[in-house]
Write a protein that binds this ligand. Structure first.
Ligand SMILES: NC(=O)c1ccc[n+]([C@@H]2O[C@H](COP(=O)([O-])OP(=O)(O)OC[C@H]3O[C@@H](n4cnc5c(N)ncnc54)[C@H](O)[C@@H]3O)[C@@H](O)[C@H]2O)c1
Length: 270
């Protein structure tokens, strides 16, 4: 523990259960001295375990559909009241594709589902930032972070319309990073994480192959949720004040690799 977030206030979107990356990030932020509120959909609050996390962290869960700007404004208003001031950091750890859930391949997506994927997994980041902006809810040098995946830059079979959502998500970070940075010195970044065994991750067909392939390709191996939480708290902290509008790879080196010895051996065996 380094007290990196001492006195800071944050909002964590997307903790569903213990496997959620947002779960570990919330715990880690509190370990570093922050106070946080949690938010998820009413349905996720009912069926997941986020209330358990709220109890553990001595805080509250504020229900919100991240596609609804009024819900989001309410999250900020309530969080500022509960935490006693403006917000210093916000985590967006939200993703969902009905096309994936309903096994619709990319070549046959339903467009209602497709728009939903973009709205829930990407435009929600715009809305989360805009809601804060509308209410002037962020302190100067505040920090927004969203979790993304390398399918935004490269094509991965079965990642489906989530790839398009991640490309949009990363673009929103750059655009809002420009406007909010100029106005209030607020940072906006995305962190591109290794495959991680969570509810959303394991919903992707062939998740184990994604995981194993990346593990064998990356010189440092896949990054897990604990390591992600360590990295994200640095981005919430004052140690990274001039880092903004970036997509930051947290993937054990995967994004720079072409071929590794381990994978080469595996193919030579065959
Ligand atoms: N697991 C992986 O391999 C992996 C890798 C890279 C990036 N990511 C990204 O990390 C983020 C977090 O996912 P996770 O892997 O921790 O899985 P998760 O299933 O634990 O989290 C996804 C969260 O999104 C929430 N959500 C869905 N619809 C919502 C809505 N309308 N409003 C508000 N919240 C909503 C869910 O309730 C859930 O809490 C996602 O953006 C995901 O795409 C995951």
């Amino acid at each position: 523990m380094y007290n990196l977030l001492k006195g800071k206030r944050g909002i964590i979107f997307g903790a569903l259960d213990k496997k959620s990356m947002a779960w570990r990030i919330a715990e880690r932020a509190v370990e570093e001295g922050a106070r946080v509120t949690l938010s998820n959909t009413a349905m996720a609050i009912r069926f997941g375990n986020v209330k358990e996390l709220a109890e553990e962290l001595g805080t509250q869960v504020i229900p919100a559909d991240a596609t609804n700007i009024e819900d989001l404004e309410n999250v900020y208003t309530q969080s500022m009241e509960l935490l006693g001031g403006k917000i210093d950091f916000v985590l967006h750890s939200i993703g969902m594709s009905m096309n994936i859930r309903k096994n619709k391949p990319y070549t046959e997506v339903g467009y209602d589902f497709y728009m939903k994927t973009l709205d829930i997994s990407a435009v929600s980041f715009h809305k989360i930032i805009q809601a804060a902006h509308n209410l002037d809810a962020m302190n100067e040098w505040g920090s927004f972070v969203a979790i993304t995946y390398i399918a935004a830059q490269r094509t991965f079979d079965k990642y489906n319309d989530m790839a398009d959502a991640k490309a949009l998500l990363e673009s929103i970070a750059r655009s809002w990073g420009y406007y909010y940075g100029k106005e209030k010195k607020v940072r906006v970044n995305t962190v591109s994480q290794s495959p991680t065994p969570t509810t959303a991750g394991q919903g992707i067909e062939g998740f184990n192959v994604f995981f194993e392939y990346a593990e064998k390709m990356s010189p440092l191996g896949n990054a897990d949720s604990n390591e992600l939480a360590d990295y994200v708290v640095t981005l919430f902290s004052d140690l990274t004040r001039k880092v903004t509008m970036q997509n930051l790879f947290h993937d054990g080196g995967f994004s720079s690799m072409g071929m590794s010895e381990e994978l080469m051996k595996q193919f030579l065996k065959k």
